[in-house]
Write a protein that binds this ligand. Sequence first.
Ligand SMILES: Nc1ncnc2c1ncn2[C@@H]1O[C@H](COP(=O)(O)OP(=O)(O)OP(=O)(O)O)[C@@H](O)[C@H]1O
Ligand SMILES: [Mg+2]
Length: 444
Amino acid sequence: MSSPSQQPAPRSEVPEQIRKLLDGSLDAAVVLDANRRPLYWNAAYQQYSGLRPRQLEQAADEGRCCFHVFPIEVCETLCLGRRALTTGRPVRMDEIRARRGDGEEIVLIVTATPIENHMVIETYRDVTADARIQRKYKVLLERERTAKDLLEAKVQERTQQLERANDELKRTQAQLIHQEKMSSLGRLVAGIAHELNNPINFVYGNVEFLGRYFQDLIDLVDLLEQAPIESDLRAKIEKKKREIEYEFLRADSDKLLKSIRAGAERTAAIVRDLKAFSRVGSGQLVETDLAEGIDTTLNLIAPLLKNRIHVHRRYSPDAPRVYCHAGHINQVFMNVLTNAAQAVRGEGRIDIVIEKGGAGWARVKVTDSGPGIAAEIRPHIFDPFFTTKDVGEGTGLGLTISEGIVRNHGGRIFVDEKGPGATFVIELPVRPPTRPPKTEVTEA
Ligand SMILES: Nc1ncnc2c1ncn2[C@@H]1O[C@H](COP(=O)(O)OP(=O)(O)OP(=O)(O)O)[C@@H](O)[C@H]1O
Ligand SMILES: [Mg+2]
């Protein structure tokens, strides 16, 4: 480490113990007096200085500050030594950039330790290699962090994509199930309506003749009563009249026939509504009066409303007819009106408005006097299978299906947030976009 020829002339002030300590140190070390004159230094210091031993000794003898001997480029070390002397405490500084005597740039950890009140030991540890490794490590760490951030962003994006795809899949699945159900139900309803149509036409058509025939028979009986009849036969006739309650039968038959006619008319109307509701058509878009769809649907849900909910309709005369799959749009009305009727507990009202919704658009608004939709569930009501109803009461598909149908017609359905009840708004373009709707049309 140090050879006697390299050693500076020992200054008597530097204690021997300190000198030994310095000689054994691998770090460059120098003892300076209060004026920063080098008093003693070790071999590593000699080597760092880039000077030959004589030159170094000469510099020391001339009382030159170690800076001339050891050209550290920053002045902090000077302050460091002074600070150590003034405070009487060791001081340390990291990452000091310096230039060695041979011109090479190095990074140092410098310490200054005061001794004997007027001297200071300064040590210089070369940490250039460590600093380089640390820099490289930092760069690698930074790269790794960037790569990790990128990966996380990608994973997040992918997760969102998957969630969206999953959501879309659920909707499609729900729609497919519903379409299948509606398709079979539509066929069934149309079939039943068709089958009922003939017999009810017989009843409705024949009840008229039956009334006339009956009246003819009554007239005949009245005439016969005026004819001279033997008393035996008269007694038998009177007896029969009493048995069959002739007077009552005669008076009541008219009422009876009227109620048969009313019943037949009602059944015929239901059949008409069923046919109109399932609206089995060619699969083409049909010019449709939305008011007709609403009225038909209201007739079908009449038992839900009866004596409980007052329905108020305002159909604006300038509301346009729209080209749509009427059966599907009726399905939307059915879902929204059923929800409204179910939301109204006890007595209440439902307001229905059909109006022009801007150029080339029609708008239907359904407002109920129920409790409205809480803000926290509002974002979920169109989600598949979202329901607040009891098991068996709701599947949570009504609004999902409705949203799909309206979207496929190029329109939109949303909740108007103004309370107090709930208002559903359905907007439909008069002519849907040319793209064929995804929803299959129920055929019979
Ligand atoms: N008019 C309304 N007033 C208050 N809440 C409503 C109204 N309409 C819909 N909701 C809420 O939205 C939820 C979802 O409605 P949606 O029609 O999709 O399903 P559902 O009525 O619960 O079941 P389904 O229609 O399948 O029988 C309902 O459970 C209810 O919480
Ligand atoms: Mg519903």
